[in-house]
Design a protein around this ligand. Sequence first.
Ligand code: IPM
Ligand code: MN
Length: 356
Amino acid sequence: KKSYDIAVIPGDGTGPEVIAEGIKVLNTASSRFGFNLNFNYYDFGGDRYLKTGETLPDSAIDELKKFDAIYLGAIGHPDVKPGILEKGILLRLRFELDQYVNLRPVKLYPGVECPLKDKGPEHIDFVVVRENTEGLYAGAGGVLKKGTPDEVAIQESINTRKGVERCIRYAFEYCKKRHKMNKLTLCGKTNVLTFAFDLWERTFYEVAKQYPEIEVDYAHVDAITMWFVKNPEWFDVIVTDNMFGDIITDLGAMIQGGMGIAAGGNINPEGVSMFEPIGGSAPKYKGKNIINPLAAICAGGMMLEHIGEDKAGKMIEKAVMEVTGKHLKSLAAGKMGFSTTEVGDMVAKYVLDIKE
Ligand code: IPM
Ligand code: MN
């Protein structure tokens, strides 16, 4: 029997509640499909930081490298100044574990209310490949004359040929394997950010030569937000830099029905990858058993596909579709018609019951 070691970081706010439902569903899937999941819990997050002053001990990074995957709830605490936990835990993990792709599917599931007029599940099914270790997130820059009327704040975007190329290659490979429209769109801002996106554009069309079967396309980031709303059916796979990827995937989450269902994977194809619901810690819903656990459950499904348990991962997705299609009134916290734990129970039951 195959066995996988998973590091679990439930984190802050509603993170632990949604992760508990995710684990419930993962355990059901592993028993049905005949493999073992060993979960090791880590308490990184706001509460630990407030108690100890520590975000992520150095030793943790090496320890986490030994796992088959990391399952993360949410990072962000109302009593901690914004930036400390995000940079000290989430971004540090992405960077130090070299998870250079942030893979974010945007898919409208059956029964989910879409804010776009006349759009249904047949129109909204694409994936954003967000570069995850460079760009404006690299932390390059500084501040001059801080606090004076002459203050200058500089935040630079770092784009390396190697970093850009590996992300673009991943996107082409992913698009080829996905085998849907065989279309890859580069999202950038070549008309203004002429240094960074010249590199992206040249690299994109160079790599494209090795994928004649993939149709390539380009869209400026501002225009793409318009197309997401007007013509989401145009997209199959989109590749973009860290900051633009951050922004457009929140819009993507909204057109797929909201943060309650948006999942993502921080991928290092050669190392350890980390899977998370992208919605954040939602502290105001903490402890109420009303938050939607589907994003965390979907992230768990992505994690299973990533470690090679494809059938189990796909079954989780099918089970989620049954629940959205047949049961939930809404995806919003408190409006689902069911509690957090009930939604987890329903998905788990479908994972056991659906015929293969
Ligand atoms: C995300 C989040 C993070 C990001 C924050 C919490 C640092 O918004 O995963 O999209 O900006 O990448
Ligand atoms: Mn974001």
